[in-house]
Structure formats: C-alpha cells, structure tokens
Design a protein around this ligand. Sequence first.
Ligand SMILES: *Cc1c(COP(=O)(O)O)cnc(C)c1O
Length: 371
Amino acid sequence: MKAEQLAVPGVRALTPYLPGKPVSELERELGLSNIVKLASNENPLGPSPKALDAVRRMLTESHRYPDGSGFELKAALSAKLDVRPEQITLGNGSNDVLELVARAFLSPQSKAVYSEHAFAVYPILTQAVGAKAAVAPAHDGSRGTRYGHDLQAMAQRVDETTRVVFIANPNNPTGTYLTKTELRSFLGDLPDYVVAVVDEAYFEYVEASDYPDCMAWLSDFSNLIVTRTFSKAYGLAGFRVGYAVSSPSIADLLNRVRQPFNVNFPALEAAQAALDDDEHLVRSVNLNRAGLRQLCEAFAERELSFIPSVGNFVTVKITKPAAPVYDALLRQGVIVRPVGNYGLPNHLRVTVGTEEENRIFLDALDRVLAS
Ligand SMILES: *Cc1c(COP(=O)(O)O)cnc(C)c1O
C-alpha cells in the first residue's frame, strides 16, 4: 500500500505551511550575496544582546534537559503580565501552543471557525486533527476594514459542533485589527462550549488606541486563550518560544498534550532575558513605526494600494500578478512573501526592515515594475 493511503484523511489532504524563503537558499540558488529578507516578519534589529549573553552563559549546561515546566520564564511572564503562572502554557513558538489547542479541543466530530485571509496555520492545524473548518468571508469594506476579520460573519458560522474560534489580532498577512469594542462584544456572545483563541503575535507593535489587550479579559471569559510570541518584536524567531495565557483549567488541558520538553533551554534563557530588555523592545517598536511609514508613503507615491497595517509588515497590491514580481525581486536579491495561498494573488507581504533594507526593497521594486 502507498504511504499516502496509510495516512489519516486530514493529513492526506494537507498542504504544508510555506515559510518565507531562507537567505541561505536564495544564496545557493542564485549565487547572490547581500540578500535582503523581508519575508517572515522578523525583527530587523535582531535579538536583544541581553538574550544572547544569557544563552552564551548557559551553553555549558547543554547536556541537561531543560526545565520542562519552564518555572522561571513563567514566573517572569506572570509578573510582567499580571497573571498567575498556572495560567501560562509555554510553547516551541506560539505555533506549538496553537497546535496544543487543536489537539486538546478539536476532533473529526467538531469544527473550527476562522476568517478568510487568516493566518495559514489555523487551517493546517484544523485539518491535521481531522476537524471541520468554517471559513468566514473577510470584510469587503462595506461594514468594516476591508480584508479584516468580519466577526459577525464568524459568529454566524458558530454552531453546536464548533469548539474553537481562531482570531488573529492583528491578522497576518493583512495587518488588520479588531477593536476593543467589537472583539469584546463577539467574545461575550460566544456559547460557553467554544474556546476563543486570540492570537496576539504582533501585540507589542500595535499602537492603535482602540486595540484591545485581551489578557485583561481572561477573568471575564473562562474560554479565552490569548497567545503571544517571542518571535516577532522580541526578535527571537530562531529560538522558537511563545506562550498561551488562559484559565488554569484550560492550561491544564494544554499541558496534557504538550511534549515534556517542548521549549529548549537556550530558548527559555533567551526569552527570560529578552523580557527584561525593555530598551531593545522600545527600539524595535520605534524602528518599526518609522519603517512602516517609510514603506506606506513610498507605496502611496507609486500609487500602489496597500492594506493599512498595525504589525511589522504591510501587504501591498501589485499592478501586475504578484508571483512574477516576487520572482523578479528574488533575482534582485530581495525576498518578500507572496500571499496567493492566502487568497491574495495580487498582493505581496513585505516585512518592515531597517531604513536601508526598505530602501533596497523599494529600489528593486521600482526596477521590477518598470521592466
Ligand atoms: C508569526 C505568527 C505566529 C507565530 O509564530 P511563532 O514563531 O510560532 O511564535 C502566530 N500567529 C501569527 C498570526 C503570526 O503571524
């Protein structure tokens, strides 16, 4: 029998997640150097120097298993977020905790609800556990931010079989966000048999005054799970560490399906030190604000429409099909992200880089669009 036929149905139908192209791969393929990668929403300033020092100091302990309970990182997060340690679940990236949610709450008998253009990991996780998916169309611009989650449409798709609703706030790749008022009202109307996951991967970057801090709502909504990560503003994507905050009973369930040592010890060390480095975080957020403005102003000058973003990336509509433009940018040594697999075939997602990286990208884009 073919291996394909042996796989469970969800896995058979699965298309793997498509990551941003690694710099080393493009170097190999095209023999280029000085590549600019603006493809995976990584922090252009790199990791906090304090995080690197902490890791270096600990490397001699590499023969030891990490602390599987993540006691110290949880204690640090607990103090920072004003939640109890038993509300926290650590993950190998927040991707890992999203997977724990799928494994703990979804089955072939149940359903997940998420939005069109939402983060690609939600459909993958849902399918991998064989659950059904209800995809709500995104806003068309008539009642809410175009391309953004339409909470009314999502609520309409919740039925007796729904167990999980995935909400990205802000969403990737659109950069759109839900306001305090609309999200709170949606959560208040959800039946008590549905777990609401609010994925706040870009939380630290968002400066809009009506953007909610859902952590503050955990005591109001017992089925709320808030996920965050050290991959984006904290600049630690390579270490793989993220977390969920929820009620202690949900955390207990997630803990049952968690690998015993899912977060490696350099990641634990790096994350804890990064949490203490406010200066690096502030510098990162400031650089992002300036870079986002630089990119959006440049798109406006070129009469390219873009989706207004509160994250560290912006998704721009190309006047030609985006796939060949993406390829041509690669040949110029610039990696961005095509988002055809998100239902946006004419858009490219560009991560905010340093001022120079943004300029190199814009110059390359000009050359490509002119040719
Ligand atoms: C990048 C991202 C994540 C998480 O990435 P990890 O590196 O696994 O923490 C989660 N959600 C969204 C919407 C993202 O864009």
